[in-house]
Design a protein around this ligand. Sequence first.
Ligand code: SAM
Length: 308
Amino acid sequence: MSHDSVLTSATTSARVFRAEKGTLYVLATPLGNLRDITLRALDILSSADLILAEDTRVSAKLLTHYGIKAPLRALHEHNERKSAATVIGLLQQNHSIALISDAGTPAVSDPGARLVAAVREAAQPVVPIPGPCALIAAISAAGLNAEHFYFAGFLPVPAKARRAQLEKLSETLRALNAALVLYEAPHRIRHTLGDLMKAFQEPRDLIIARELTKTFETIRRIPLADAMTWLDAHPDTERGELVLIVDTPAPGQQNTAPRDTRADDAMLNRWLPALLEELPPARAARVAALATGLPRGAIYDRIKEKRT
Ligand code: SAM
């Protein structure tokens, strides 16, 4: 880069931006650390005629922190379609509007996509103001083996639908040799880890990225097969916000054939009842894991499931 172009880009980036009339800005806000907001985002928020927020109480904290006084109105998932007509009306009257969510980038597992589609359909400009996004932060610090990833957002909550979805995802991602990235609520992590262990039985690592950008940020890489044991030893993981990543197998393990799950099932069906007659569940799971090579956590889960 020549000296001139350095100066030009420095001058450009020092310019204060003003929100343009009739434009909808889709603007990323911090995931937790209030300093994680771009200068352009602050310029736009300070000059917009209206800010649409998921939860006005959450966003008021950010705006107060930066002394921003623009009017704030709620845009929830359930009123998104209805609000679109009002928002388009305001844009057509030359108002500038910023759309934000509670944390990160709107429309990424958050409201926004429907409103954006309607505004684009009405031929009003839509401008992204990029910034924090939990999945991108997690990916950037995970040191993935995978060159590609698939972001599946939140899995379905009902157990049957979640397992069916993971079954499909694991097959597709094996074929694509891609990592899986998920958002998950902390109180559901135990179930989700159990299901991930069943869906991916070949050796893979799990990355748990928790409380990103916050005081208790932790990013851990563990073998997926040890996930349940790890969770038992780190109960804090069941609190706070989480991104889960199932990486592709490490180089050299890429051709490991997936286990024959029907044969595993048959073996466990044959042996577990007998073991459970003689041993408490945790010991029965340990013995079955030694005998079959299956993850102990997954066997223990199966015992618990059969008992509930
Ligand atoms: N739009 C947001 C984004 O750009 O990442 C995501 C919103 S979604 C409703 C909330 C989920 O994002 C949480 O359940 C968690 O999975 C993830 N998440 C948000 N903030 C996080 C953080 N600080 N650390 C880890 N995960 C986070």
